[in-house]
Design a protein around this ligand. Structure first.
Ligand code: SF4
Length: 554
């Protein structure tokens, strides 16, 4: 039985935390809601809003929606109001939320493990064309996001998604978000262990379960048994990373407390080895710690990373083992350094069963419903009907016979989906930005796409792996802190002293076994107009001055 605000904390739990300040930790006896978000979650569980959407809001329209549902609980079903068109970035911080709200929604479809069938993709494409004005973005968390969704259409969209085994349940909100998984799980020739059964069991056990639907904040998860470390495990609240234990064999190394945004932190290894069949139990233990001990006083100190930073790895592991698992975990090794810098699986690769998988790159994750439908058709004609999304805003078609590879590559390229993209198309990501996001200050998607085109034109010979991540505000949806070139959207002054859209530059961030955050280059801000010139200069200098084998981050 889960802890709830009404449930008295066990005395043993109170003794063991060592932290008695009223941060809202339920297990320490602090149940009083400490901010508006905690209050609305206490008043009614976010999951319960679905019934109201189906029975009231979808019938009576946008203006019938209770404000606490509109800007709070609807996230539990993947719905955010989108930004009213035409409001410039300078007004983002000064307008009231209701002035920024459009009467349309962003709707996020969760794709746990990035696993899709062509039937599912076709339905996603059809919904986009019928209900979302053709919009559909592949996100850097393997999801698909629609825009322009009307509340009236939401029940029908759910019906169609759920009929093919997809959902928007807890795609947003203070919930267990999508579980990232290696996009080549179960097929890669170099795989250490296939985490798919764990991803599926976590979904079954946790998602939509009211025991875990009131967390202090979002809870991000990743499971990958790929030696390429292909799910950005370092920046998730919990991650299971494939390793070979010298005695027990393949299993997972457990990481907790990663996260970007305010006070970015790389996850911490607990030094514990977890076999595949115990991953769901350990996941349940860690998410329960977060629910029970996580801080609920301040939203910007609520992510698990703050609790992990206060407790340290040793205490966190001890509480996990003693209070939640009732057993000790085996010690285990750390993951090894990946041999390749690119981890997006783009290109043509041989699977372990002798078939091939083909990864391809749209620009900055932007596709559309018609293209998704065509991808489903092309994949059906060439593969077994299985596809994957990646955490780099890319996609993969699986199970292609050797003699069909060339035909598949041509079909994808004819849709402007590159199987051998330039480093710029391959390595550039962008968040939603001012087009639809209420927190945005600058435009990102179109800016990223035009930057790619410019760099391809200006630097055709550049062949190094490079990541260029573009955010529309100080949040971290496009992971700017861990990019070679991270661009944080803000207003800057142009040469004439006018406030215009631009970016604070961060250089030299990285993921992998030597992860680190990019340095904020003091005073270095570029206007959006100047961006191609600036990035070109940086890349030309890197190309000229780099030593053999040197990465951008070193
Ligand atoms: Fe919106 Fe900012 Fe996230 Fe971009 S980084 S999607 S602008 S909140």
């Amino acid at each position: 039985m889960a802890a709830t605000p009404e449930k008295p904390a066990p005395a043993a739990a109170r003794r063991k935390t060592g932290r008695h300040r009223g941060e809202g930790q339920w297990a320490a006896g602090h149940f009083t809601p400490l901010n508006g978000n905690e209050q609305f979650k206490k008043d009614d569980d976010g999951l319960n809003v679905r019934t109201r959407i189906e029975t009231i809001y979808a019938k009576a329209g946008f203006h019938s929606i209770d404000p606490n549902d509109l800007r709070g609980r609807m996230r539990w079903w993947g719905l955010y109001t989108q930004r009213k068109p035409g409001i410039d970035g300078g007004k983002t911080a000064i307008l009231e939320p209701e002035e920024l709200d459009d009467e349309y929604f962003m709707l996020r479809v969760r794709i746990d493990g990035g696993r899709l069938s062509t039937e599912q993709l076709r339905v996603i494409g059809e919904i986009s064309q019928e209900f979302a004005r053709g919009t559909a973005d592949i996100t850097d968390r393997q999801n698909v996001q629609y825009h322009w969704i009307r509340i009236e259409d939401v029940p029908e969209i759910w019906r169609r998604l759920e009929a093919v085994g997809l959902s928007t349940t807890e795609a947003c909100g203070d919930t267990p978000r999508v579980v990232l998984g290696s996009p080549v799980a179960g097929i890669a020739a170099d795989e250490i262990i296939d985490g798919t059964p764990a991803v599926e069991e976590i979904y079954r056990r946790i998602v939509g379960n009211p025991d875990f639907s009131n967390l202090p904040r979002k809870f991000k998860s990743a499971v990958s048994g790929s030696p390429l470390l292909d799910v950005a495990h370092e920046i998730n609240d919990i991650a299971f990373v494939g390793v070979r234990h010298p005695e027990h064999g393949p299993g997972f190394d457990l990481w907790v407390g990663g996260g970007l945004s305010t006070n970015p932190k790389i996850g911490v290894r607990l030094g514990a080895w977890v076999p595949l069949d115990e991953v769901p139990d350990v996941y349940t233990g860690v998410i329960s710690i977060f629910r029970d001990y996580g801080y609920r006083r301040l939203r910007n100190r609520a992510r698990l990373k703050f609790l992990v930073a206060d407790w340290g790895a040793e205490k966190f592991r001890q509480i996990l083992e003693d209070e939640y698992l009732g057993r000790k975990l085996a010690d285990g090794p750390a993951p090894e350094q990946p041999v390749e810098r690119w981890r997006d699986h783009v290109g043509v690769h041989r699977q372990r069963d002798g078939l091939y998988y083909v990864g391809f790159a749209p620009r900055v994750g932007r596709v559309d419903g018609a293209t998704l439908t065509k991808i489903a058709e092309v994949a059906e004609a060439h593969g077994s009907g299985r596809l994957r999304t990646t955490v780099e805003q890319k996609m993969i078609v699986l199970d292609v016979h050797e003699e069909q590879v060339d035909s598949l590559v041509s079909a994808l390229e004819s849709l402007d989906l590159r199987v051998t993209p330039s480093p710029f198309r391959r390595g550039t990501m962008a968040c939603t930005g001012i087009e639809f996001c209420k927190l945005a200050i600058v435009e990102t998607k179109a800016r990223g796409a035009s930057l790619i085109d410019e760099l391809e034109r200006r630097l055709p010979e550049f062949d190094q792996p490079i990541t260029i991540n573009i955010n529309g505000c100080p949040n971290a949806c496009a992971r700017i802190q861990v990019a070679d070139i991270g661009l944080k959207g803000q207003l800057v002054l142009d040469d004439a002293g006018n406030q215009v859209e631009g970016f604070q530059v961060h250089l030299g961030g990285a993921l992998g076994l030597e992860p680190g955050f990019g340095r904020k280059v003091r005073g270095l801000k570029v206007t959006s107009e100047e961006l191609p010139d600036y990035v070109e200069r940086v890349l030309r200098r890197f190309q000229t001055e780099r030593e053999a084998g040197e990465r951008f981050a070193t």
